[in-house]
Design a protein around this ligand. Structure first.
Ligand code: NAP
Ligand code: MG
Length: 397
C-alpha cells in the first residue's frame, strides 16, 4: 500500500532539472507515495504564456498549503528572451516568491563521508541564512562631481532631520542605504524558528563596532525578539543564540566543526554562502529552503537548471547530472508535510529516501561531479539514470 498525504504545492521548472524532476518522481516517489500535489508549471514557456501569473498563483498555493517544492527555473536575460521568444523579461521566480512570502532563504550542504570538505574540521553542516532585503541591494548611488557638502536628509511627518556626511574638496562617490524594522523582525523570527527546528545554535553577525546605529539596530532587534519570544524555547532544547562581530564569526566558522545556523546581513550572506557551498565540496549538494514568518516552507536545490548538460541531453547524450539536491528538495517537503500533519509514514519515507541517497554515495556509486571530488576508496561514476536506479534498489531493499 502506498503512503498517503495531504497536498503540497509542486512548482515545475526548466531544462535539465525539469528532466530530473520527472525522473525523480517516477523512479523514487510515485512507486512508494500516493503523491498529492497541486501542480504549477513554472517552466519559462508557461510563465510567458500566463504573463507570469502562474508564479504568483504558485506562491499563493505555498501560503495556503504551507509546503511547496520547486524545481530550478530560468531567470530570463536578453539571450533567453531571444531563445524563448518571450513577451517580456520576466522577473526571477525566486525573487517573486520570496517577496510574496516575505521569506528568508536557508542554505544547507548535504554531507557524505566520501566527499571531504576543504575545511578539515567541518563534520556537520553549516546553514547560512541571508537577509534578502535592503542594504546595498536597494541602495541609491551618486557620483560627486566636485567640491561640496553631502548630507543625509530625512523628511518625516514630524519634521526634518539632517546630518552631514562629508565635505568634499574634490570629486568622489556617495551611497544611500536603508532597511526596515519589520523586515529585520521577520528575518530574525525566521532564523530563530529555523534554528529551533534543527535544534542547532543560532549565530548572528554584523559590524556594530563601526555601524552603531544601522547594524546596531539589527543586533537590538535580534536580541529583543530572542528575549521576548524564543529564549525559553531555546533553553528548553539546550541550544543558544549569540551575536558576534562579523570578523569574529568568520574566524570561528573556520575553526568550528559545523552544526549551527549562521544568520547574516544581505551582503555578507551573498558572499559567504558561495564560500560555504564551495568549501563543502559541490553546489550540486546544496539544499535551499525559503521560510516565511508564518511558517510556510518552500524547498529547492540551490543550483540552477544545468543548461550545459541540457544541451547535451537534447543531442541524445546521456548526462551525469547530480540529482541529489533536487531529491532532497522533495524529501524536505514530504518530511515537512509529514511533520505538520503528524503523518509518521510520510516522515519516515522522507528520512529513508535521504538515507538511501547517502548510502548509495557512500557505497561508491555517484555522478561524475562527485566522483571527481572523492579522495579514496572505490568509486563508480554513473549517469543520472544509473544513480537513480541504485537509490531505488536501496529504497526497495
Ligand atoms: P547552474 O545551472 O547551477 O550550473 C552551473 C554549472 O555547475 C553546471 O554547468 C555544472 O557544471 C555545475 N552543476 C550545477 N548543478 C549541477 C548538478 N546538479 N549536477 C552536475 N553539475 C552541476 O548555473 P548556471 O549555468 O549559472 O545557470 C543556468 C540557469 O539556471 C540560468 O538560466 C539561471 O537563471 C538558472 N538558475 C536558477 C536558479 C534557481 O531556480 N534557484 C538558481 C541559479 C540559476 P559542468 O557544466 O562543469 O558540469
Ligand atoms: Mg553570491
Amino acid at each position: 500500500m502506498k503512503i498517503t498525504m495531504k497536498p503540497i504545492a509542486e512548482l515545475d521548472g526548466d531544462e535539465m532539472t525539469r528532466v530530473l524532476w520527472k525522473q525523480i518522481k517516477e523512479e523514487l516517489l510515485q512507486p512508494f507515495v500516493e503523491l498529492n500535489t497541486e501542480y504549477y508549471d513554472l517552466g519559462l514557456p508557461h510563465r510567458d504564456e500566463t504573463g507570469d501569473r502562474v508564479t504568483l498563483e504558485a506562491a499563493e498555493a505555498i501560503r495556503r498549503l504551507r509546503v511547496g517544492v520547486k524545481c530550478a527555473t530560468i531567470t530570463p536575460n536578453a539571450q533567453r528572451m531571444e531563445e524563448y521568444k518571450l513577451h517580456s523579461l520576466w522577473k526571477s521566480p525566486n525573487a517573486t516568491i520570496r517577496a510574496a512570502l516575505d521569506g528568508t532563504v536557508f542554505r544547507t550542504p548535504i554531507l557524505t563521508k566520501r566527499v571531504k570538505p576543504y575545511v578539515r574540521g567541518w563534520v556537520k553542516p553549516i546553514t547560512i541564512a541571508r537577509h534578502a532585503y535592503g542594504d546595498i541591494y536597494k541602495a541609491v548611488e551618486m557620483k560627486v562631481p566636485g567640491p561640496g557638502t553631502a548630507e543625509l536628509l530625512f523628511r518625516g511627518e514630524q519634521g526634518e532631520e539632517r546630518q552631514e556626511i562629508f565635505r568634499f574638496t574634490g570629486p568622489g562617490i556617495l551611497q544611500g542605504l536603508h532597511n526596515r524594522d519589520d523586515s529585520i523582525e521577520s528575518f530574525a523570527r525566521a532564523c530563530f524558528g529555523y534554528a529551533l527546528g534543527r535544534v542547532e545554535d543560532l549565530w548572528f553577525s554584523a559590524k556594530v563596532t563601526i555601524s552603531k546605529t544601522y547594524d546596531g539596530t539589527f543586533r537590538a532587534i535580534f536580541q529583543r525578539i530572542y528575549e521576548e519570544e524564543y529564549r525559553a524555547a531555546f533553553e528548553e532544547k539546550g541550544i543558544s543564540y549569540f551575536y558576534t562581530l562579523i570578523d569574529d564569526a568568520v574566524a570561528r566558522v573556520i575553526r568550528s566543526e559545523g552544526g549551527f545556523v549562521w544568520a547574516t546581513k544581505n551582503y555578507d550572506g551573498d558572499v559567504m554562502s558561495d564560500m560555504i557551498s564551495t568549501a563543502f565540496g559541490s553546489l550540486a549538494m546544496m539544499t535551499s529552503v525559503l521560510v516565511s514568518p508564518e511558517g510556510n516552507y518552500e524547498y529547492e536545490a540551490a543550483h540552477g537548471t544545468v543548461t550545459r548538460h541540457y544541451y547535451r541531453y537534447l543531442k541524445g547524450e546521456k548526462t551525469s547530472t547530480n540529482p541529489v539536491a533536487t531529491i532532497f528538495a522533495w524529501s524536505g517537503a514530504l518530511g515537512k508535510r509529514g511533520e505538520l500533519d503528524g503523518n509518521a509514514p510520510l516522515r519516515d519515507f522522507a528520512a529513508r529516501l535521504e538515507q538511501a541517497v547517502l548510502d548509495t554515495i557512500e557505497g561508491g556509486v555517484m555522478t561524475g561531479d562527485l566522483a571527481s571530488l572523492c579522495r579514496d576508496g572505490d568509486v563508480r561514476a554513473v549517469d543520472t539514470e544509473g544513480f537513480l536506479r541504485a537509490v531505488r534498489e536501496r529504497l526497495e531493499a
